[in-house]
Write a protein that binds this ligand. Sequence first.
Ligand code: HPA
Length: 273
Amino acid sequence: MSEDWKKVDSVAKFLGEHLGRAPEVVMVLGSGLRDVASGLTDEQSLQFDEIPYWPRSTVSGHTGELRRGKLGDKDVLLQLGRVHLYEGYSEEEVVRPIRSIVQWGAKKVLMTNAAGGINEYLKPGGLMFIDDHLNLTGRNPLIGPNDDSRGERFPDMTDTYSRRLRALLVEEASRLGIEFKLGVYAGLLGPSYETPAEVKMLRTMGADAVGMSTVLEVIAARHMGAEIAGISCISNMAASYGGPRLTHDDVQVAAGRATRELARLILSVVSKL
Ligand code: HPA
């Protein structure tokens, strides 16, 4: 077994020892999207720095903790914060948290992120349900010898973002009167935001929103057979000629607006996942 899978297994074991049986559902909440956690009851938590081999976030706004508890009547794990390639972490480190959680036993994964809108149908503060992605990081967490007991060498990526979960999100958002769009998320390395020319290129390639996370974690979770949904909170329109300059603070504030809608949606949909 590779050194990295050994680390994944020790994290999974640690989670079991400290948090008990794995909940079915894990939600990864990105930058500025913490409001969802305020609905949690019967809570137990672990700080990232208490967990062996868990990479710690270096970005402001990315708190690092796991919270396990109930959202409504559903047992869930919330991962608040994640690490990114641009922080200098390797692919293995970026996906170790999600691999460990899936290995522990959570097989339904809801990924969230803050993203820049590319398609004009998106607005800052809005939500986009991800129906597919473009991995433009130039990296892949599955490079290297494959451990066939974890997943296939060449995993199919056709229905990576589960139709079933997306249909539930669409149905529940419509019922609650929450606006949303469907679209393709492009995951880039960062940390610089895109140039206007890059945004044009992304648009031509079929991207509707752009960010610096999610795609590697999704590939790793898919490889292990998890059922995955993804939601982007549109924090800004991606750079265009003549548009305002982007700052991390503005992105955090707008992500905060989207997160209130996201929290409402998640609280209501979670029991059906
Ligand atoms: N580009 C890339 N990542 C992002 C953006 C953006 O405009 N907004 C939030 N994350």
